[in-house]
Design a binder for this molecule. Structure first.
Ligand SMILES: [Zn+2]
Ligand SMILES: [Zn+2]
Length: 276
């Protein structure tokens, strides 16, 4: 396993679909969460530290950042597994830098504090240092190695952020919406991304925009990708058992669509997808 080298810049070369399910894990996948080059985890599923191990080259000791799109349980519960795993494997963490946990300003500090309390971090001592908390509001940006990361608000019952990642070396861009009702206005934020990762929670049912309960359909996901001029679309946080049907329906609107398997890895630069 490669260890994270402090001097090694974070490169945006791979997006690993650690979990892909909506709200509740199924027998083959955790809830939606993604790993960018093994170091930046976007959302935590129910048990990200466990599900990350489905790929032998990664584990939670390699993380530099955890970015939460929002603080619904299916997106943050696995933070406990990440922090406890890192405590149990602390001897293998070479970096002195604390893990950075970023997320919506309204909730992120509370979630980190509750998680530390839940795992009784005080009993773990210095093996479980407090993460550095980075509260974000829509429009805020941050840097992670070579990645420039921008944020935008999504429409969801709790404060919620979409992220756009730009590799400043290669110009490769990846967008991740997290949970959201259909928001055509996000097309500008995601304009020209190489890979758009978005949700399709309501499947083939298209919620009307004005009455949407914070989620979008497969077709709406495809419409967003088309309007943004994305190169590739992956749809997650949906009924993954209907993968083929959803790819066919979304493909009528946006041909470059893929519903990923858990553990799959996508290289946005050459658009290759590696099954695992
Ligand atoms: Zn969710
Ligand atoms: Zn949610």
């Amino acid at each position: 396993m490669d260890d994270w080298d402090d001097d090694e810049p974070i490169k945006l070369t791979t997006v690993t679909f650690v979990g892909t399910a909506s709200c509740t894990p199924t027998d083959d996948t955790d809830t939606a969460c993604f790993l960018i080059n093994g170091h930046v985890l976007v959302d935590c599923g129910w048990a990200a530290a466990l599900t990350m191990l489905s790929r032998p080259e990664y584990d939670a000791t390699m993380l530099t950042h955890v970015l939460l799109t929002h603080c619904h349980q299916d997106h943050y519960m696995g933070l406990a597994s990440v922090l406890f795993y890192r405590a149990m494997q602390s001897a293998r963490i070479e970096s002195d830098r604390p893990l950075i946990v970023a997320g919506p300003a309204e909730d992120v500090e509370r979630i980190v504090d509750l998680t530390l309390a839940f795992i009784m971090a005080e009993r773990l001592g210095e093996r479980c240092p407090r993460p550095e908390i980075l509260p974000l509001s829509a429009g805020d940006g941050l840097r992670a190695g070579e990645l420039d990361i921008q944020t935008a608000a999504t429409r969801h019952p709790v404060p919620s952020l979409a992220y756009r990642f730009l590799d400043m070396d290669t110009g490769v861009a990846v967008g991740i919406t997290g949970d959201t009702a259909y928001m055509p206005e996000l097309a500008r934020f995601f304009s020209g991304v190489d890979l758009l990762v978005t949700e399709g929670s309501t499947g083939l049912t298209d919620p009307p925009q004005e009455r949407a309960a914070g989620h979008q359909s497969i077709r709406q996901a495809a419409m967003l990708a088309k309007a943004a001029g994305a190169e590739t679309l992956t749809i997650v946080h949906t009924d993954m058992r209907r993968r083929e049907e959803f790819e066919r329906v979304a493909g009528e609107i946006f041909p470059g669509v893929h519903v990923p398997w858990p553990g799959e890895q996508c290289n946005p630069e050459d658009r290759s997808v590696e099954d695992y």
